[in-house]
Write a protein that binds this ligand. Structure first.
Ligand SMILES: [Zn+2]
Length: 344
């Protein structure tokens, strides 16, 4: 059925609102791969081994990047996909950090703020829970394709929720004079220092816990990510002023801009971040540990399967033939074939 003009206008406004609501590809491709690599490295055996072959690692990387591929406007369903990547909690509530009174359950949050407001602010915590549940089902049944798909979703949305500019209405720094900071951080800075971030996420490895209430944990992650904006904004302000450079004007070439201004900007930005203990690296490190725990939790809930494929059917034990049946068969044989005297 064709949409009438009012519906078309509504659809266009909704799409535009979502498109402007938040740039959704947190961490960029390289950042997501760094977090994924470390998350699998943190998993205990035999879980780690399930994703460790070269083929499976490639397949997992593709699955982790797939949610950002689905954000392309030409992909059907991108508007439903978009809010799953972020959760701008301060857009919904006036409550200050650490947002302890924010309703955790989606139905309660929808009741309080309205479904449309929730879609605009993002739904990442619940998208993670949906993906986690789907992953438990796929692991339990050994549905290999679904296991990769849902693991990719869990790792992607989980990592996105740790990006400090995925949990705030100031998602691109416009409210503080830092426009363009979102991608300048996750692509411009990260892609220039891949080895540094790879080493940083490996720090502080510890034994994974099976999370009894991952939704509550997700809200703790949001609060933690939210506090990391301030030092990053400060660092970026200094870099922007020193280099007289606005990354919002070079969005198409964030990691390839080799102009003097870009060099000064990114060198200063990184130095100022380090002076503040690299909060963006801490965010990626936390992301690695937490998404590893999500994966571990799903695996434990699914009964710790030892394979990503369906369990082979159990061999049926050979039916035993009862003695009376053997006796009856022998008797029948004798009756039928015992040599009889031919009648004279
Ligand atoms: Zn994303």
């Amino acid at each position: 059925m064709p949409l009438g003009p009012p519906l078309l206008a509504l659809a266009a406004v909704t799409a535009l609102t979502l498109a402007l609501a938040s740039p959704a590809c947190a961490w960029g491709d390289r950042g997501h791969i760094i977090v994924t690599e470390e998350a699998i490295g943190r998993c205990p055996e035999p879980l780690r081994g399930l994703f460790s072959s070269e083929v499976d690692r490639k397949r997992l990387d593709q699955a982790v990047l797939a949610p950002d591929q689905r954000l392309k406007k030409e992909v059907q369903g991108w508007a439903e996909e978009h809010p799953k990547h972020y959760f701008d909690i301060d857009r919904l509530t006036q409550e200050p950090y650490p947002f302890k009174n924010f309703p955790r359950e989606r139905a309660a949050a929808e009741k309080q703020f309205g479904a449309e407001a929730l879609r605009e602010a993002g739904t990442a915590p619940w998208a993670i829970m949906d993906a986690l549940e789907a992953l438990v089902g796929a692991l339990t049944a050994g549905r290999t394709d679904d296991i990769f798909r849902h693991t990719g979703n869990v790792l992607h949305y989980g990592a996105d929720l740790h990006q400090p500019f995925h949990v705030s209405k100031n998602y691109d720094g416009k409210m503080t004079g830092n426009d363009g900071i979102h991608k300048a951080l996750e692509i411009g800075v990260v892609n220039r220092h891949v080895d540094f971030y790879r080493a940083e996420v490996r720090q502080g490895r510890c034994e994974l816990a099976c999370l009894p209430s991952p939704l509550n944990d997700a809200f703790d992650w949001v609060a933690e990510a939210w506090t990391r904006q301030k030092p990053i904004l400060e660092a970026e302000t200094i870099a922007r002023q020193k280099a007289n450079y606005n990354p919002a004007k070079t969005l198409a070439d964030l990691d390839g801009d080799t102009s003097d201004a870009a060099k000064t900007y990114y060198v200063t930005f990184k130095q100022e971040l380090e002076k503040r203990n690299s909060p963006e690296a801490a965010a990626m490190r936390d992301a690695s540990g937490h998404v590893a725990e999500l994966l571990y939790t799903a695996w434990v809930r699914a009964g710790k399967p030892l394979s990503l494929a369906p369990a082979p059917p159990k061999a049926e034990p050979a039916p035993s033939i009862p003695y009376w049946a053997i006796g009856a068969a022998v008797a029948l044989f004798i009756l039928l074939f015992w040599p009889r005297r031919r009648p004279a």
